[in-house]
Design a binder for this molecule. Structure first.
Ligand code: SF4
Length: 349
């Protein structure tokens, strides 16, 4: 007898083969093109991506072409898609593929995940779609579909329910036959995007209607449960743009930093006095206020006070002078990009 999970996979794949939308990235298993489409689709509607994907692939048909392009040109090609950090990371990762992997896109999940800007979801999507690796890709659509399938009524932001749903997705993936794993990844996302949509799932057309616990219990429209977020923690930080001879003082974050490892950043600290002390500058150093902006990272809202100063060229420990023109070519933290933009020295990240 066929195990139930294999039945679910078969039902989903049969539905997908007949009902999948005609999208240009569905015609390729080229990892570079799959990766570009996955990055573009993050937080962006399919209709918007459709207007950009073809043009981008035409401009940069291979990972080598993308790596060879100047960063500002890649960012310009991204104009209109938003979330420019994605383009910046895409470009940095393309350069790493060329430099570290001799231009061959890595074929295993772990190697893919080590590229800049690639998290668990994208690594799983690319490795399953392009390389048929049995890795379940969990985006918001997949979590919603599986929370309903299992009638999991716990807060979807909790670690335990997320782990349970990831396990369910992985068991489904493990029940998928070789050669069909990419289709399974795409099918699960497609079901969430077209039928198992938020609030009003179209269960009547769903291939899982007879086995869906959330549908049977009548809970599906209200799943997944999202408990109200706690108000964000508020933190003030000081960021200073110190210039010398057309360059800005910057440092590179350690490779094992939990946030933005390897990114470059301007001097910043929890307060101006601390920052001046760290830089070995006198407490009464002449600084000019260049404005304030807010920036949210996970559950923290940073109020960033930007200051400007000139320097005689002394280099504090751990810092480098980075030519402002070069600051457009290297990955820099969003806060630093916004601080440079506040002084009209670079575009925001
Ligand atoms: S039956 Fe309804 S709730 Fe269940 S997976 Fe299908 S569309 Fe979603």
């Amino acid at each position: 007898m066929t195990p139930p999970l294999a039945d679910r996979v078969r039902e989903l794949l049969e539905w997908f083969l007949v009902n999948r939308r005609n999208l240009p990235w569905r015609y390729t298993r080229d990892p570079y093109r799959v990766w570009v489409s996955e990055v573009m689709l993050q937080q962006t509607r399919v209709e918007t991506v459709l207007a950009f994907y073809g043009r981008f692939i035409e401009a940069y048909p291979t990972v080598d072409a993308l790596a060879a392009a100047p960063r500002h040109e890649v960012l310009a090609s991204w104009a209109g898609l938003g979330y420019y950090r994605r383009a910046s990371m895409l470009h940095a990762a393309a350069r790493q593929v060329v430099e570290v992997h001799a231009g061959r896109f890595p074929s295993e999940y772990d190697s893919i995940k080590r590229l800049p800007g690639i998290g668990e979801y994208t690594a799983a999507a690319v490795s399953s779609i392009a390389f048929d690796e049995p890795r379940a890709a969990m985006d918001g659509n997949a979590y919603r579909v599986l929370a309903r399938l299992a009638d999991d009524r716990r807060d979807i932001r909790g670690a335990a329910p997320r782990k349970a749903l990831r396990n369910l997705a992985q068991r489904l993936m493990d029940a998928t036959r070789p050669g069909e794993r990419g289709d399974f990844s795409e099918a699960l996302m497609e079901l969430g995007a077209t039928l198992c949509v938020p609030r009003v799932p179209r269960c009547d057309a769903c291939p899982w209607v007879s086995s869906c616990a959330g549908h049977a219990a009548g809970t599906a429209p209200s799943l997944p449960v999202k408990a109200p977020r706690r108000p964000p923690r508020r933190t003030e930080i000081a960021v200073v743009v110190i210039q010398y001879d057309g360059r800005a003082l910057m440092r590179q974050r350690p490779p094992d930093a939990s946030i933005m490892p390897g990114f470059w950043e301007l001097p910043n600290a929890a307060g101006l006095a601390i920052l001046l002390r760290e830089l070995g500058m006198p407490a009464d150093a002449r600084l000019y206020s260049a404005g304030t902006f807010s920036h949210a990272i996970t559950d923290t809202l940073y109020t960033c006070h930007v200051y400007e100063a000139t320097s005689s060229g002394d280099l504090p420990d751990g810092y480098r002078w980075v030519a402002l023109a070069q600051a457009r070519e290297i990955p820099i933290t969003t806060i630093s990009a916004k601080a440079l933009a506040a002084l009209s020295l670079a575009e925001p990240g």
